[in-house]
Ligand binder design. Structure first.
Ligand code: NAD
Ligand code: LMR
Length: 330
């Protein structure tokens, strides 16, 4: 018997990430090749015509798993009974900007959408915020939704999977080992240049990748800045921010959350439970494992002085961003 469809809300459906994301969701790459989906597409009133065009193309793919779709400019409609919500719709940064420069403009979006999710989404809804600055936007949505007491706060995530994937690629190139062999990577903290891509525990077929590379200067002066500033490098090269790789990371994040990571670590921006001294509620990149639709923060990792300093630096930026949106959440 075929499974009941899962309702997937996607915001910013007419945008460039939306265009890379929707076809892959409808083809079963995110939730499984046996899982029908209903797409609930949100965008601004002026983008509805373009969303209509994307829906025509989705129709033209004749995806067997696409059980329905709607387009709307009303968040209350878009998030109604949503089981998964991908919050992509927000302004992207341009050259010379940092992601936190978007906070004033984008933050309001996440109070409105957090309220709609809090009132209308499925109580088990899994929410991934992609729109930048994604950690703090996820925090805003979570705090706003909490006022309605229906959803699990732990299900509000910010996307650090793109940073995780970027770091994997850099490590594979440097160590000469295939990406598929690399395990136990984490990118701690904020999706911003302060993020800390931690290769200390990474292994490849049981070998320590740090020992294989054996070059701490490369870690400090090349690896960390390359991963941390990759988004800006792409904006510089393309004139637009990353889209296909961002959509791919969103698919990876939700797929692993729903279908399980088979014991492997994945980086997720999740509300801290106090692990590793990160204050509760801050949406912070942690190493997680996932099983049966639930995630757990990997516990018991030793944090050396260098790592602690980096983890505190990125935390301090998140605390500043949180203070910056206090009034919005009052
Ligand atoms: P885009 O400008 O191509 O598309 C954004 C879409 O969102 C547009 O269709 C716009 O109309 C829509 N939108 C704006 N406000 C909205 C609202 N209130 N409700 C619904 N829709 C709304 O941008 P993009 O390249 O798709 O990027 C979207 C966001 O994702 C940006 O903030 C970007 O910085 C961020 N991003 C994050 C990551 C990450 O790793 N976390 C990676 C890449 C991009
Ligand atoms: C990225 O990392 O590519 C995105 O967050 C877009 C950006 O502004 O860098």
């Amino acid at each position: 018997m075929s499974k009941a469809p899962v309702r997937v809300a996607v915001t910013g459906a007419a945008g460039q990430i939306g265009y890379s994301l929707l076809f892959r969701i409808a083809s079963g790459e995110m939730l499984g090749k046996d899982q029908p989906v209903i797409l609930q597409l949100l965008d601004l009133p002026q983008a509805q015509k373009a969303v209509g065009g994307v829906m025509m193309e989705l129709d033209d793919c004749a995806f067997p798993l696409l059980a329905g779709m709607i387009a709307t400019d009303d968040p209350n409609v878009a998030f109604k009974d949503a089981d998964v919500a991908l919050l992509v719709g927000a302004r992207p940064r341009g050259p010379g900007m940092e992601r936190k420069d978007l906070l004033t403009e984008n933050a309001k979006i996440f109070t409105v959408q957090g309220a709609a999710i809090g009132q209308h989404a499925s109580p088990d809804c899994k929410i991934l915020v992609v729109g930048n600055p994604c950690n703090t936007n996820a925090y805003i949505a979570m705090k706003t939704a909490e006022k309605y007491g229906r959803l699990k706060s732990r299900n509000f995530h910010g996307m650090l999977r793109l940073d995780h994937n970027r770091a994997l690629s850099q490590l594979a190139a440097k160590s000469g080992r295939p990406v598929s062999s690399l395990k136990n990577l984490v990118v701690w903290g904020n999706h911003s240049p302060t993020m800390y891509a931690d290769y200390r525990k990474v292994t490849s077929n049981g070998d320590s990748v740090k020992d294989l590379i054996n070059d701490e200067t490369w870690n400090r002066d090349t690896f960390l800045p390359t991963v941390g500033k990759r988004g800006a490098a792409i904006i510089e090269a393309r004139g637009l921010s990353s889209a296909a790789s961002a959509a791919n990371a969103a698919i990876d994040h939700i797929r692993d959350w729903v279908l399980g990571s088979n014991g492997e670590w994945v980086t997720m921006g999740v509300p801290s439970d106090g692990s590793y001294g990160i204050p509760e509620g801050i949406i912070y990149g942690f190493p997680c494992t996932t099983e049966n639709g639930e995630y757990k923060i990997v516990q018991g990792l030793e944090i050396d002085e260098f790592s602690r300093e980096r983890m505190t630096h990125t935390l301090n930026e998140l605390l500043e961003e949180r203070d910056g949106v206090k009034d919005l959440l009052a």
